[in-house]
Design a protein around this ligand. Sequence first.
Ligand code: MLT
Length: 314
Amino acid sequence: VVVVADPLPETVLGPLLGHDVRFCDGSDPSALKEALGDAHALLVRSSTQVDRSVLAEAPYLRIIARAGVGLDNIDVEAATQAGVLVANAPRSNVLSVAEMTVGSMITGLRNLLPANAALRSGRWDRGRYQGRELSRSTVGLVGLGHVGTLVAQLLRPFAVRLLVHDPFVSVHHAASVGAQLVDLDELLAQSDVVSVHVPRTPQTKGLIGERELRLAKPSLLLVNTARGGIVDEGALNAALKEKSIGGAVIDVFEIEPAIGNPLIDHASVLATPHLGAGTREAQERAGREAVTAVLQALAGHPVPTAVNPPASHP
Ligand code: MLT
């Protein structure tokens, strides 16, 4: 029994033929628990929260396959203790996220969305929406993993001065993408654009808070296509309100769906509903990789994309 708890492209489900595939709304915890009663595999994206209480209702579960990268919606430690493999699709959508990040830098720097809204409401206001060039500006990347590295590569033609903060990468790796490794404070103080590319973990939650935002240039464009909560939302809201930074691109929120979140209302914010991986190509790659992991686990084969030790299921 394979439970599909988040929408996945139909095209990727073909290889599951022969299994009992059931669909449920994973954002509803009781529906999820009920569906998992006799399930052997669970396929999710980011809306389904798999915590200890969900795992307790899934006595036959062997694998949770995440059609995407981030694992902050899955309690991996609890899954490991329950003997359940967790696998993700670590590179499936990174190009889509990186492309959107660079596109939104330009969209934000050129005030394209407020200008579009003004034109729709009948105002032809060329002077008001003067922007800035991305080329030759200083861009700071917080995190140089798969997405951060791709963003650095996509930025190459813009000849930006590239700063990186990432305690886990070498000077050599940073240099290979034309970046200079600096500490977070220096990155914030010097950058015209700061873009966040770290996972949300207990260590990165609130990584950019009030103190850090106070270091930034008043013109800073802050971009977060990684995860909500890495930039403290209260501190960001205050900085935008008092215009101590120039603006923000926010694709991810601490609580999603982020309906009613005050960050969305700032004119200087370009807010989108967690769309970084929202391309046909990325969703197909992520879905296919997750389905492959399910088939491998159900066949008792090794799962190369597993993030926790092989489980010996009772
Ligand atoms: C990811 O972690 O893969 C992206 O944020 C996309 C998603 O959550 O589906």
